[in-house]
Write a protein that binds this ligand. Structure first.
Ligand code: AMP
Ligand code: ZN
Length: 115
C-alpha cells in the first residue's frame, strides 16, 4: 500500500469508485473519464507501479487481470463485437497513474492505434 496512491485507496476501500468486480487479487472499476461506452480499469490490489516493476512471480497476477477483463467484457455484453485491452507504461506509453492498470475499452468501433 502506497498511502498517496489513488488506486491503492480504491482497492483498500478508502476512496469511492464505481467498482464492478473485486476479489483478493484485483479490483475493477469504471474510469472517471470514459473514452467509450465501456471503460473499466482492472488493477492489482497490491501496489505495482507499472509493467516495468513486474517480478517473475507477478505473471499469474497479470494473467488474472486479463482473465478478469475477459469476464467483464462478457458481463458488459461487448465480448462478441470486441474490445481493446491497454496497459500504458511510462511517460512515452501515456501512463498518468503509476499503479499498474489494465484498460478494458469497448462498446464502439475504435480506430486502429497503429493508424
Ligand atoms: P493511464 O493514463 O493509462 O495511466 O490511465 C489512467 C486512467 O485512470 C485515466 O483514464 C483516468 O481517467 C483514470 N482515473 C484517474 N483517477 C481515477 C479515479 N479516481 N477513478 C477512476 N478512474 C480514474
Ligand atoms: Zn497503488
Amino acid at each position: 500500500m502506497t498511502t498517496s496512491c489513488m488506486f491503492c485507496k480504491i482497492a483498500n476501500h478508502e476512496s469511492k469508485a464505481d467498482v464492478v468486480y473485486r476479489d483478493d487479487e484485483v479490483t475493477a472499476f469504471r474510469d472517471i473519464h470514459p473514452v467509450a461506452p465501456t471503460h473499466i480499469l482492472i488493477v492489482p490490489n497490491r501496489h505495482i507501479e507499472s509493467i516495468n516493476e513486474m517480478k517473475p512471480e507477478d505473471q499469474p497476477l497479470v494473467g488474472h487481470m486479463v482473465f478478469t477483463a475477459k469476464q467483464l467484457a462478457a458481463q458488459e455484453g461487448i465480448n462478441e463485437e470486441g474490445y481493446r485491452l491497454i496497459m500504458n507504461t511510462g511517460p512515452h506509453g501515456g501512463q498518468t497513474v503509476f499503479h499498474m492498470h489494465l484498460h478494458l475499452i469497448g462498446g464502439q468501433r475504435m480506430k486502429h492505434p497503429m493508424g
